[in-house]
Write a protein that binds this ligand. Structure first.
Ligand code: 8YV
Length: 324
């Protein structure tokens, strides 16, 4: 019997053909994600799951797949939707796609910094509503990027690439990262999160979602930011307490937010943030370029094909925890 592979969302056909050549491959091609029940049914007997952020791959899903399951390959670098500890306990490899989306995501985060600084989305809505009647020397004034301070939380691959862009644009860059010491990419390490929040004109998040970073930016942290400051989130929605953020934006504790990720996703259509002009909301598209999404798909398939041949996936996050 050939091994079976489940791909949970529609994907690039040339990459699906690579899987089809090696395994009995089911691709859930509907545009919307599978329901929990559909997922639990579809995984039965598979050797590999090609997973996406929209799938919660927990112990129940692994057990529904059964002993055949060898690899869960995430389409993305963040794999917080997968219970990696449960996978390790079951000797299942977890793969991801690091590196390939670094520059694309950093480009996007920096685009959001610029868009928020110059109030692009808000100004576009103003014009579309027919409210632009005359040039006004005192309306829609933004912040300068050059000469301002950018605070980076999470100085990994993506955070470092954002620092490169910011330094080149004349920003002072500071960062806070619990596991690092020393200055790098032209950025200065600060001693605490509070220091970073108090000094920054722009704060950008580039940490993974873990139990430690869940709710990292809450009411207290937002209070520590300056009233003209901007918060950018291209990491994961739950790193920010959305209720606290909504209140901080409404009360003028901070000036602006640009969010590519929210909690939950999608943001409910009746959420208060949708009615506020000082927030830009985007549908989790930081890595969404043709070239990058293609490479992510290819890497995810590489991870699966290696596992089907009995080898560790080339990008395996729990290699030290499993016995292959
Ligand atoms: C993906 C991402 O689009 O890589 C990540 O961590 O958030 C995005 O690039 C998403 O994970 C799709 O599954």
């Amino acid at each position: 019997m050939p091994p079976r592979v489940l791909v949970t969302r529609r994907q690039f056909e040339d990459q699906m053909d690579r899987l089809r050549a090696a395994a009995d491959t089911v691709v859930l091609t509907r545009p919307e994600p599978a329901t929990r029940e559909e997922l639990l049914e579809a995984v039965k007997g598979v050797t590999a799951i090609f997973a996406h952020i929209t799938d919660s791959i927990d112990a129940d899903v692994m057990d529904a797949a059964g002993d055949s399951l060898k690899v869960i390959a995430e389409f993305g670098v963040g794999y917080d939707n997968i219970d990696a500890a449960a996978a390790s306990e079951r000797n299942i490899a977890v793969g991801n796609t690091p590196g390939v989306l670094t520059e694309t995501t950093a480009d996007f985060a920096f685009a959001l910094i610029q868009a928020a600084a110059r109030r692009l989305a808000e100004s576009d809505r103003f014009v579309r509503r027919g409210e632009w009647k005359w040039f006004d020397p005192l309306d829609l004034l933004g912040l300068d990027i050059n000469g301002s301070t950018l605070g980076i939380i999470g100085m990994g691959r993506i955070g470092s690439s954002v620092a490169d862009r910011a330094v080149a644009s004349g920003m002072r860059v500071i960062y806070y990262n619990r596991n690092r010491a020393g200055d790098e990419h032209g950025a200065e390490l600060v001693g605490s999160l509070g220091e970073l929040l108090a000094q920054s004109d722009f704060v950008t998040l580039h940490c993974p979602l873990t139990p430690e970073t869940q709710g990292l930016i809450g009411a207290e942290e937002l209070k520590q930011m300056q009233s003209h400051a901007v918060l950018i989130n291209t990491a994961r929605g739950p790193v920010v307490d959305m209720e606290a953020l909504t209140a901080a934006l409404a009360d003028g504790e901070i000036a602006y937010a640009a969010l590519d990720v929210t909690d939950p996703e999608p943001i409910p259509t009746d959420h208060a943030l949708l009615k506020m002009d000082n927030v830009t909301l985007l549908p989790h598209i930081a890595s969404a370029t043709v070239g990058t999404r293609r490479k992510m798909s290819e890497m995810t398939v590489d991870n699966i094909l290696a596992a089907l041949e009995g080898n560790l996936p080339p990008n395996c996050v729990n290699a030290d925890e499993i016995n292959w």
